[in-house]
Design a protein. Structure first.
Lengths: 324, 266
């Protein structure tokens, strides 16, 4: 058996913008000569900003979109030639609420897709209730999908992708728009699937999610692969920066402005949480800048609740990579 | 790794069942399926209410055919459009089954449901307007109806291709409904139509099927200047051609939609 379940070589995709008469007005490159390989049993992440080419990659690999040039092999098969053999062995989960038959029940959705994948009815009658239990929808399987919450729909999407027990799963932003509890449930399911031996390709916007789940991560920006490594490896790429963090009460706008003028500060960003503002300062001299931030806060009569110097996160690494 | 072929019968059956479930879950089905053909039939029956005899049966059969045809076109066009809008087209296409068999299940259900509409309209004609219930040759009538039913399904399958290609296809399939009513002679003999339209009429399988149904039902009905067996033969040939074209176009259209990246549009 080959080592890799997915291999792409110079994979390239352009979209043409056409006018009313079908004439090409302009072309947009969504994916630029992508070279990646995913090992069997690996949980492989693809991260990047909106329009980076993540979904285009997933669609090409799942045979739903043709590449303009280059090659892609999934489970040893060519995505432009071996459509049905590939489809029989992959499962796809698209994020969001669309993609299910809302007017029928969750159970009926799963039975329908089982039939489309050629699962014998005697098998699907046993398998579907097991999947419903696995994704935590027991007791709601006979409700129409239109009555489901977003998180329940997302769990049903995952069950749908598993009706034929495929060895390879494509999860395209499976936690998008979910509340924290719903996202945590989905992450738990993904972890369980990995433990069950599935190979998984996951796209996500959430860096902590990619950091927590993925064995390796490809960072794509403007259709190009800008980095490919383990999460720890990606974080090492920004080892030259640290993160000074200051929590203050109230509006921290004057503090942020004053911190931006400090030498060696590459970036300042903030989050409001309840009545406090968390100010994060990206700099190579974390301890030194933290002291300067404390002094500035004191001058501005802002009460500091807590302060610390932290190691860079995957998000810091990601932001630097996609902005370079 | 799994590599076996998916059973087409299983897919067609599953698709029929899902379409039926979706159909009954949406109360709007009453408008195109019952109310519209019912109103058309009422209008034509009132128009012909001063005459007696075969002309009324002609009108009632025409209304029944409109019920069948309307549902087939509406259902075929809207079923893929519904998938686009619902976001299920990509999930459906990601299954290891040629799309044609999935759509065939839907079209068969739509035509079946159209046949029920047709029976409903015939019942109204017979019970309310006292149209003579005597069918001249019940055996040939049944055969003609079944063959026409299959021909309508195949034609609906061909139309569904357009909607796979682009969301704009829905406009075309909706717009074709009334011209085909006229061209196939459901309500008016095609002899009344201009010569260039008649050419289009003869290319449509249902034109011949409807003629066969009327010849079997109405004693002495002349219609097209060929025997009922020729009508049925042409309908069968047209059905085979529609199926072959559908099989070819479904593969072609899916490839074009994948090349253009339009499968996810809604």
């Amino acid at each position: 058996m080959p080592e890799n379940c997915v291999e792409t070589s110079l994979l390239h995709r352009e979209y043409a913008n056409k006018d009313f008469f079908g004439r090409v007005k302009s072309t947009v490159t969504a994916l630029h000569e992508l070279d990646i390989s995913v090992k069997y049993g690996e949980l492989f992440g693809i991260i990047g900003p909106n329009g980076a080419g993540k979904t285009t990659t997933i669609k090409i690999l799942s045979t739903l979109l043709l590449p303009t040039s280059g090659t892609a092999r999934v489970l040893g098969m060519d995505v432009t030639r071996d459509l049905y053999r590939i489809r029989k062995n992959i499962g796809i989960v698209f994020g969001g609420e669309r993609g299910l038959y809302n007017r029928v029940t969750g159970f009926q959705n799963l039975m329908y897709f089982s039939d489309l994948y050629g699962v014998p009815p005697s098998v699907s009658r046993k398998k579907v209730p097991e999947l419903i239990e696995m994704v935590g929808l027991t007791g709601r399987e006979n409700d129409k999908v239109e009555k489901y919450s977003r998180g329940m729909k997302q769990r049903l999407h995952i069950a749908r992708a598993l009706v034929h027990d495929p060895p390879l799963l494509f999860l395209d932003e499976p936690t998008i728009g979910l509340d924290p509890a719903g996202s945590r449930d989905i992450r738990q399911i993904i972890n369980d699937l990995k433990k069950a031996g599935k190979s998984i390709i996951l796209t996500t916007h959430y860096m902590f999610e990619a950091d927590e789940l993925c064995d390796r991560i490809a960072v794509i920006s403007k259709g190009r692969l800008v980095a490919l490594d383990m999460p720890s490896g990606l974080k090492k790429q920004v080892k030259d920066i640290t993160l000074a963090e200051v929590h203050v009460y109230g509006d921290a706008t004057p503090l942020i402005e004053s911190l931006k003028s400090i030498e060696n500060v590459s970036r300042v960003f903030s989050d409001m949480t309840g009545d406090r503002t968390i100010v994060r300062i990206q700099t190579p001299d974390g301890s030194d800048v933290l002291e300067q931030a404390k002094s500035a806060a004191s001058r501005l009569n802002l009460k500091i609740i807590e302060s610390s110097v932290k190691e860079p996160t995957l998000e810091d690494a990601y932001l630097r990579m996609v902005e370079e | 790794m799994s590599s076996g072929e998916v059973s087409r019968v299983q897919v067609v059956k599953a698709s029929m069942i899902l379409t039926a479930r979706n159909f009954f879950a949406d109360p709007q089905w009453v408008i195109p399926s019952i109310i519209a053909p019912f109103v058309f039939t009422l209008v034509s029956l009132f128009l012909f209410s001063h005459v007696n005899g075969p002309i009324l049966l002609y009108a009632v059969l025409g209304g029944g055919m409109m019920g069948m045809w309307g549902t087939t076109v509406y259902g075929s066009g809207s079923s893929i459009g519904f998938d686009r809008w619902n976001g299920t087209l990509e999930c459906t296409l990601s299954a290891p089954t040629p799309l044609m068999w999935i759509v065939l299940g839907r079209v068969i259900w739509n035509t079946l449901e159209g046949s029920i509409n047709a029976l409903f309209i015939l019942a109204i004609g017979f019970l309310w307007f006292r149209v003579g219930i005597g069918i001249a040759d019940p055996g040939l009538f049944a055969i003609s109806t079944i063959i026409t039913f299959l021909s309508l399904s195949a034609f609906g399958l061909l139309l569904a291709n357009i909607v796979v290609l682009s969301r704009k296809g829905g406009f075309l399939t909706n717009g074709i409904e009334i011209p085909v009513y006229i061209a196939t002679g459901t309500m008016f003999p095609i002899g009344l139509l201009p010569f260039f339209v008649q050419g289009f009429s003869f290319a449509l399988g249902p034109t011949w099927g409807i003629d066969a149904i009327r010849k079997a039902a109405i004693a002495g009905y002349t219609g097209l200047p060929v025997s009922i067996y020729v009508d049925l033969l042409v309908t069968v040939l047209a059905t085979v051609v529609y199926m072959a074209l559908s099989a070819y176009f479904f593969t072609k259209v899916e490839k074009i939609a994948k090349r253009n990246g339009t499968l996810g549009d809604y």
